[in-house]
Ligand binder design. Structure first.
Ligand code: ADP
Ligand code: MG
Length: 689
């Protein structure tokens, strides 16, 4: 068997099971091997019924002495009680009771007098210990031979696939020796004290003991973090190899004069860095980290001016249609009446996924013939058929929404465009190398003058009323308010209703104010319209789902209410809060929570005490559980299976050093073909995201 074969090659996997496996992302045998357990069951010790503890998870064995059917609990639900006695003892009094609810059909699975293994969790019962809904199998069955006395994997599953099946297939693969071939250089395996790859796969699935599990996990975590950084390093090296960039040297004074404000010291400094890069003759590859509201858009506009003035093209890409539309309005205003060096006026365009076919055709023509100088939009800017006459600069706003791989594929358009990426979600220092190792970094560490700290309060459901009293006061004072409706997962209809219901409730409460409502169920045109209504003050209160999260800039809005705040991660809360406090007025953010436990409370406390995006990002990394907001996916990296940036910092750093060392000696990995293949595979996966 080859590890790239489809799972259909396994005995017992027909089209139906294959479809189920695909739901778990498992297509090939290798995918199956990389479907790691989420937990383990320790079945090494078979306890005798006489030695059972009061509680806990156990494996025990005994003889079925009696089966009773009855009803139990408030719902009088059917319950099957299987009494189990000790095989050693003469009188066979039941010492344990296996209890199954709503499962009378299981009666036939037992034979009185038969001996069975039971695996499950104990609890004290009325007459004897109970084991509730245990797994069970006859002691002379194949399962018993295979699964008793071992540490067993528990896999992330899906309906229609049992743990038994997943175990059986995986074990079959391991027995057939279908593990991936070693790809790490021997020297690396040795210096890092890694176990062999085959051993790692065997023991991550069926560990012999805790020590071997630890060794297996260490190896696989190391590999994940190593390959990731190797792949990124490889990309960075390739990009550096094509380093020449068009020289854009002029003075952006005409655009500067259009701004109704003076740039802050930090903006001046970062602008200086950008202008120097653009004029250098090498290609710019710069990241600007600036907290929400620090004024990144003005810098983007100034950089775009440098391109446009020289008769070259520049684009500004945003992660959402709403933000793209806002940027379009901002840039149109800013460039109105400004001209290129040849005297022709600078033109600005907008291209998104919802641009109509006719408009799009015209736009693409204009673009290809150089009649558009500055184009803003979403991912649509980089679709296959979009051709630029002379693209010299790519700016991406809210970089964290795009990710490393897209950033690289964008740069393929045009000859050697300069790259400027802007983000308000700072990458904690430990991760910066992995994410942005190939970039120069500028930090906008100053906010425009007159901004006040946003007063943040976490409020539990019952005190929600006080929140809306503040909203009422602000509305009466002529300010505007955002209310983020709870996101109802996996149901767009419910989602939509929750926003609409809330909008109606608030309209009734604030009859003097026009209340708008923005949600995923609206057409893009309707969304733009409602956003514009709010931006231009025709509505005073906007109820919305999280679509307002990034970038939206409405200085007159002073209140952000986040309903069900416990559902959001820290970085997201900080982004949402950043929608207010963008003008001179005192602003407020309310986190309305309805439970959510310890983590939610800690998040709320951090939000209450800090307005600093960098601090919040560090805390986020510490707090977040696997798969939460600050995960790999949000940064356009392939999802990590075992590694965790927060918990595995030390391995991350060691793996990073090793990756850098290997690339330093062998930049194209010509001498490490197996490794090169692995890294390429990872990059392909990343590009598909
Ligand atoms: P972000 O960094 O979050 O993208 P924006 O670029 O949207 O921030 O700027 C936030 C607001 O601050 C905008 O209304 C913008 O016009 C304003 N602004 C930007 N720079 C300055 C400045 N130097 N002085 C005053 N206001 C500024
Ligand atoms: Mg912005």
């Amino acid at each position: 068997m080859d590890s790239m074969d489809k799972v259909g090659a396994l005995r017992g996997v027909g089209p139906a099971k294959a479809a189920k496996l695909e739901k778990l992302g498992i297509v090939t045998l290798e995918d199956l091997l990389n479907h790691f357990p989420r937990d383990y069951q320790d079945r090494r010790n078979v306890l005798s019924l006489r030695d059972l503890p009061e509680s806990g998870t156990v494996l025990t064995r005994g003889i079925v002495t009696e089966i009773r059917k009855g009803r139990a609990g408030y719902g009088r639900k059917p319950v099957l009680r299987v009494l189990v006695g000790d095989p050693e003892s003469q009188n066979r009094t039941a010492l344990m009771e296996a209890v199954f609810f709503h499962a009378n059909y299981l009666e036939r699975a037992f034979r009185i007098g038969g001996e069975y293994f039971f695996f499950g969790t104990l609890r004290p019962g009325r007459f004897q210990r109970q084991i509730v809904f245990p797994e069970f199998f006859p002691v002379d069955s194949r399962e018993a031979l295979e699964w008793a006395g071992k540490i067993l994997p528990v896999y992330p599953g899906t309906a229609g696939l049992s743990q038994r099946e997943l175990r059986k297939w995986t074990l079959g693969l391991l027995r057939a020796g279908a593990v991936p071939r070693e790809y790490l250089p021997d020297a690396l395996v040795e210096t890092q004290h890694l176990c062999p790859l085959g051993y790692a796969y065997e023991n991550i699935h069926f560990p012999v003991d805790r020590e071997s599990l630890k060794a297996a996990r260490f190896r696989l975590v190391f590999d994940e973090l190593f390959l990731l950084q190797l792949g990124l390093g490889l990309l960075a090296a390739r990009r550096r190899g094509r380093g020449a960039g068009v020289r854009l040297a002029s003075d952006p004074a005409p655009l500067r004069a259009r701004f109704p404000f003076r740039l802050t010291g930090a903006q001046e400094r970062v602008l200086g860095e950008i202008l120097q890069d653009l004029a250098s003759g090498s290609r710019m590859n710069r990241l600007v980290q600036g907290d929400v509201g620090s004024g990144k858009t003005a810098l983007a506009a100034l950089a775009l001016y440098q391109a446009a003035f020289s008769g070259m093209q520049g684009v500004l890409m945003a992660p959402t249609e709403l933000l793209a539309a806002q940027h379009f309005r901002t840039l149109q205003d800013a460039f109105e009446g400004l001209a290129r060096s040849d005297g022709t006026p600078i033109t600005v365009g907008l291209l998104t996924g919802t641009t109509t076919a006719a408009a799009r055709r015209r736009l693409l023509e204009d673009l290809a013939e150089g009649r558009i100088d500055v184009l803003t939009g979403t991912h649509a800017l980089f679709q296959e058929d979009v051709r630029y006459e002379n693209l010299a600069l790519v700016v991406t706003d809210e970089q964290h929404r795009f990710g490393v791989f897209q950033r690289l594929s964008m740069a393929e358009k045009g000859e050697n465009p300069h790259l400027l990426v802007m983000t308000a979600t700072p990458i904690p220092r430990t991760l910066a190398l992995a994410f942005f190792g190939d970039m120069s970094v500028s930090v906008l560490d100053e906010k425009p003058p007159g901004r006040q700290e946003i007063l943040t309060r976490a409020v539990d459901g019952p005190r929600r009323d006080e929140v809306y009293e503040t909203v009422g006061r602000e509305l009466a004072a002529g300010r505007q308010a955002f209310v983020v409706a709870p996101l109802i997962e996996e149901s767009e209809t419910l989602d939509l209703r929750s926003a609409q219901d809330l909008a109606e409730e608030l309209q009734a409460r604030f009859p003097e104010t026009a209340v708008g409502c923005l949600h995923g169920g609206l057409s893009q045109k309707a969304k733009d319209k409602r956003m514009a209504d709010f931006a231009e003050g025709r509505t005073g209160l906007l109820v919305s789902t999280v679509v307002v999260e990034v970038g939206i800039d409405i200085p007159n809005a002073t209140v952000m209410v986040i309903e069900n705040a416990e559902r959001f991660g820290l970085a997201q809360l900080h982004q949402l809060r950043g929608r207010v406090g963008r003008g001179a007025h005192r602003s407020y953010c309310f986190l309305v929570t309805g439970g959510g436990g310890e983590t939610a409370r800690e998040r709320a406390k951090i939000m209450e005490t800090s307005n600093d995006g960098f601090y919040i990002a560090e805390q986020d990394l510490l707090l977040r559980g696997p798969g939460e907001f600050f995960g790999a996916r949000q940064h356009g990296l392939p999802p990590l299976k075992l590694a965790d940036f927060g918990r595995h910092k030390a391995i991350l750093e060691a793996a990073g050093r090793e990756a850098a060392r290997i690339l330093g000696e062998d930049p194209s990995l010509a001498g490490h073909p197996a490794l090169a293949e692995k890294a390429e595979e990872l990059l392909r996966k990343g590009a598909d995201l």
